[in-house]
Design a protein around this ligand. Structure first.
Ligand SMILES: Nc1ncnc2c1ncn2[C@@H]1O[C@H](COP(=O)(O)OP(=O)(O)O)[C@@H](O)[C@H]1O
Ligand SMILES: [Mg+2]
Length: 506
């Protein structure tokens, strides 16, 4: 009978690639085959398309139907091809004008009843459509606000297969994406004014947020480590627009959010300690972003660090160094961005009470426990802080700060950093390469001797040495100081007394 084509897009990493859908309908025994390297959900789309067509009042040709998704070398994952295949099939059967499919790229899942549903990765698809030179993109209404984040592409926000056909036939104007309902309310964040005492840990939290530094909270159970870490998002600076677009793109591909507009907040991801290495950094047979990428531009919080499998923690090295993850699968390489602040909490020993008479651990147990921690991660922590039991008076007293006050300090020091790194891809002190440390984190003579003495006394690594300078730079920025003073340096050193947080408790 005839042949029709439609354009859609396949998710590849966190971007998308153009896919041409060809549908051939000819006389023969009734059959419906989809070829072109689709996964299970692509094969199952035959059943959805058949039911959706019939339930929408269209004819499903009793012929031999072949759909091909090209290029065949690209793996196609997910149900987002449904709508494009259905449209090409309708065009091949003469129920939709063939030329109309040249104007629109099409992306969406079908329900059996003929409604269209949002899929993962709509933003990446819309960006791909604009890059590929498509004039318009037809997407489910529930995903349209996400697609509309891309400029220069007209979006048709459709609710059902019938509506899609009406748009293609020119019977109705392409429906515009729904307006955003003002600011998304979002869940309200927990506030630092719930915390009693903890002068030093709160200071460490503020310094970490100000410079984007990694932070380890060590202390006995029930002292508020988890509580503190979870309040970090409430003091972080807002996402810049390009950062928000990146977070939205990644979270959409990962299926964390679908169709809502732009991400409003820096993410905090707190995976359970049973997570596998590939869950943490990404991968799998059809690669998806891992927790480190979902935490991009935000916080990865590893609560009870010592419970995580060693292999999982080892896998964090590459993203911590490079700010991205490279996943190789069947000759294809996916690159997932992964620039995050690492925050971890831990007990100082298996029972958590090391240093107090309550401790019931054997010395060997304590040593083994610390060795598990020290491997891959400890040297990459910028700030180590001991979270001691607050006193009864502190618990009964007032809180030391509110998130709003802390956030204002953080914002002020970030503004200094933004100006400092203007024109570079660096956004905060923690990302400063050693080359720039010489420019921006110079010390005076007293500073140099103080640091040199600490370097020898604490047996610091060169990496640790650089980390102290970055933290000192942030502390000086918080104080509004142009140059790093000795008191800034001493505070930075105090947050890194070797494995201070752990030794303190012993
Ligand atoms: N310093 C503190 N100020 C106020 N409440 C606290 C403090 N420390 C602990 N709490 C209370 O104890 C609960 C448990 O604290 P949590 O953060 O889970 O401890 P940890 O993670 O150190 O074991 C918190 O939810 C909070 O209600
Ligand atoms: Mg806890």
């Amino acid at each position: 009978m005839s042949l029709a084509r439609a354009v859609t897009f396949a998710i590849d990493g966190i971007a998308s690639r153009r896919v041409l859908v060809e549908v051939d309908v000819r006389v023969g025994l009734p059959a419906f085959t989809i070829v072109g390297c689709g996964d299970m959900s692509v094969r199952e789309s035959r059943e959805r398309i058949r039911a959706a067509l019939l339930n929408s009042g269209f004819e499903f040709p009793a012929r031999r139907i072949t759909a091909n998704l090209a290029p065949a070398a690209l793996r196609k994952v997910g149900p987002g091809f449904d709508l494009a295949i259905a449209c090409a099939l309708l065009a091949a059967g003469g129920q939709v004008p063939v030329e109309s499919l040249e104007r629109w790229a099409i992306f969406g899942e079908l329900s059996l009843g003929g409604e269209v549903r949002p899929c993962r990765g709509t933003l990446a698809v819309a960006e791909g459509a604009r890059r590929a030179g498509s004039t318009g993109l037809l997407v489910p209404r529930a995903a349209a606000r996400e697609a509309a984040l891309v400029d220069g592409l007209s979006i048709a926000a459709v609710g059902s297969l019938r509506e899609v056909v009406a748009v293609l036939a020119g019977e109705v104007e392409p429906p515009a994406p729904p307006e955003a309902q003002g600011e998304e309310p979002g869940e309200t964040l927990d506030d630092l004014d719930d915390v009693r005492g903890h002068l030093l840990p709160i200071r460490a939290l503020v310094v970490a947020a100000a410079g984007g530094h990694n932070l380890l909270l060590a202390g006995p159970p029930g002292t508020g480590k988890t509580m503190l870490a979870r309040r970090l998002p409430s003091i972080l600076p807002p996402l810049t627009h390009p950062e928000a677009v990146e977070v939205t793109r990644i979270h959409s591909v990962a299926g964390l959010r679908m169709g809502e507009g732009l991400a409003q907040r820096r993410p905090l991801r707190a995976p359970h300690h049973t997570i596998s290495a590939s869950g943490l950094v990404g991968g799998g047979s059809s690669p998806t972003p891992g927790e480190v990428s979902m935490a991009h531009h935000g916080v990865l919080f590893l609560d009870e660090l010592s419970e995580f499998a060693r292999t999982s923690l080892e896998a964090l090295r590459q993203p911590l160094e490079d700010g991205r993850v490279v996943v190789v699968r069947s000759q294809r390489t996916a690159i997932y961005p992964a620039r995050f602040m690492l925050v971890a909490s831990t007990n100082p020993c298996p029972c958590g009470h090391a240093g107090s008479p309550l401790c019931r651990c054997m010395e060997g147990d304590v040593l083994r426990y610390r060795r598990r921690l020290s491997g891959p991660l400890l040297d990459r922590m910028d700030l180590l802080v001991h979270v001691a039991r607050p006193s009864a008076a502190e618990l009964a007293g007032e809180s030391l700060t509110s998130s709003a006050d802390a956030r204002a300090d953080v914002a002020r020091s970030r503004a200094v950093q933004t100006a400092r790194f203007e024109g570079t891809p660096i956004t905060c002190n923690a990302q400063m390469p050693s080359r720039l440390l010489r420019v921006h984190a110079g010390l005076d003579e007293t500073g140099e001797t103080t640091l040199a003495r600490a370097y020898d006394r604490e047996h610091l690594s060169a990496r640790g040495h650089h980390r102290i300078l970055r933290v000192a730079r942030t502390i000086a920025d918080l104080a509004g100081a142009e140059a790093i003073g000795v008191k800034h340096l001493i505070e930075a050193l105090q947050f890194r007394q070797d494995t201070g947080a752990l030794e303190l408790a012993a």
